[in-house]
Design a binder for this molecule. Structure first.
Ligand SMILES: O=C(O)CCC(=O)C(=O)O
Length: 382
């Protein structure tokens, strides 16, 4: 997809200041790899990564087992979801419904994805990030599509940046899937990631049915609104190098998922993923071999805000690197997304105008992660 410039006469997000003279074709400043800064051994944190005091994180304990915080997002066992026991199925649907409404997040275990595949996928990517810099640079990305090896989100000149490098790749639609843009190192990477993404498309489809049923609409309604079989699917692998002054920065700034569903495979050893709950940030304690499921903005829109996307962010660890795999299950990018008709009534009028995902994601591609400002700015007054 070509990202168009955003100097349009009528900005689509009325509460947002336009960015002038920005074409989104290239980065506004030379790219610095965060991993190289971390490995340089310097203890000074460059100003570019120092967040304003109000945005700095409350740091979790570094190792999962040492974290004594009791609160966690719900952990839901999917074992009985398709097993034929109607009571068990209803119980799981109820747990997912409550988690979507109260948290916008939940973890799933017994989800059907092989544990070895999950471990393999994470380790392949860890090895990729530990490859020589020239290997990684061969995949260096641009803001035009973001595919490849990158170190910033957004193209605002002089922006305060996040303390992470990442890799973005397309899995769906098939026309955008290009093995040449996936790492060839380590040797098993492409094959493992291909199988991993296939499994996650399947799991996402199961979860989409559950969300539809829980909204009281037909089980294939959300999937059809996403374009049926023609969904989009992308993987972003995040690498958060360690940094002694983790208290001053963020690995990923607060944002809500701009797409549909996110299935996150967190680091199994290092915490850092935080979810907003009211005025607090809760550090997620990942269950073993669980995926963290997150409702994105497109589902907030389709559900007419019955479900809400929730802000999340990542704290850096001062002693350990952290690797996570975020799989984004998105609507077909060129169809209008708006509240499904069954959820629009006289008492609950439509809250959002139709917008394609191609248009919607221009915001994060140009401005970077900015809390929930985008989806909030779209809302029409009731
Ligand atoms: O690294 C994490 O745990 C979260 C990543 C995330 O939220 C994202 O990639 O959008």
């Amino acid at each position: 997809m070509e990202v168009k410039g955003i100097n349009e006469d009528q900005p689509r997000f009325p509460n947002q200041r336009p960015i002038d003279n920005m074409s989104c074709q290239d980065w506004p400043e030379p790219i610095v790899r965060v991993q190289s800064l971390s490995e340089s051994g310097s203890t000074d944190i460059p100003d570019r990564y120092v967040k304003p005091p109000a945005e700095r994180p409350v740091l979790p304990n570094s190792r999962i087992n040492g974290d004594d915080e009791k609160i966690n997002i719900p952990i839901i066992n999917l074992a009985g979801l398709d097993g034929g026991d109607e009571n068990a199925r209803r119980e799981i649907l109820g747990q997912i419904s409550a988690a979507c409404r109260e948290w916008g997040f939940f973890q799933v275990v017994n989800h059907g994805v092989r544990h070895e595949l999950m471990d393999d996928a994470r380790e392949n990517w860890r090895q990729f990030f530990h490859s020589p810099m020239e290997v990684k640079q061969a995949y260096g990305n641009s803001p035009k599509t973001y595919e490849g090896y990158g170190s910033r989100l957004g193209v605002e000149k002089g922006a305060i940046l996040d303390w992470s490098d990442y890799y973005f790749l397309h899995y769906r639609p098939s026309s955008l899937k290009d093995f040449n843009k996936w790492p060839a190192t380590p040797a098993s990477c492409r094959e493992v990631i291909d199988e991993y993404c296939k499994e996650l498309v399947r799991l996402s489809g199961r979860l989409m049915k559950v969300l539809s049923i829980n909204l009281g609409i037909s089980e294939d309604r959300l999937q059809n609104a996403f374009g049926g079989e023609n969904i989009g699917a992308r993987l972003r692998v995040n690498f958060y190098p360690k940094w002694p002054r983790a208290d001053l920065t963020l690995g990923l700034s607060a944002h809500s998922g701009p797409g549909g569903l996110t299935l996150l495979l967190p680091d199994h050893q290092v915490t850092g993923f935080q979810v907003r709950k009211g005025d607090n940030w809760i550090t997620v304690k990942p269950a073993k071999h669980a995926f963290i499921v997150n409702i994105g903005d497109q589902i907030q829109v389709l559900s007419n805000a019955n479900y809400k996307s929730v802000e999340h962010r990542v704290a850096v660890n001062s002693a350990n690197e952290r690797v996570s795999l975020a799989f984004f299950y998105n609507p077909k990018s060129d169809i209008p997304i708006e509240p499904v008709k069954e959820l629009v009534t006289e008492e609950s009028p439509s809250l959002y105008p139709p917008m394609t995902f191609d248009e919607y994601r221009l915001f994060i591609r140009t401005r970077g992660p900015k809390g929930k400002s985008q989806v909030e700015s779209m809302k029409s007054p009731r």
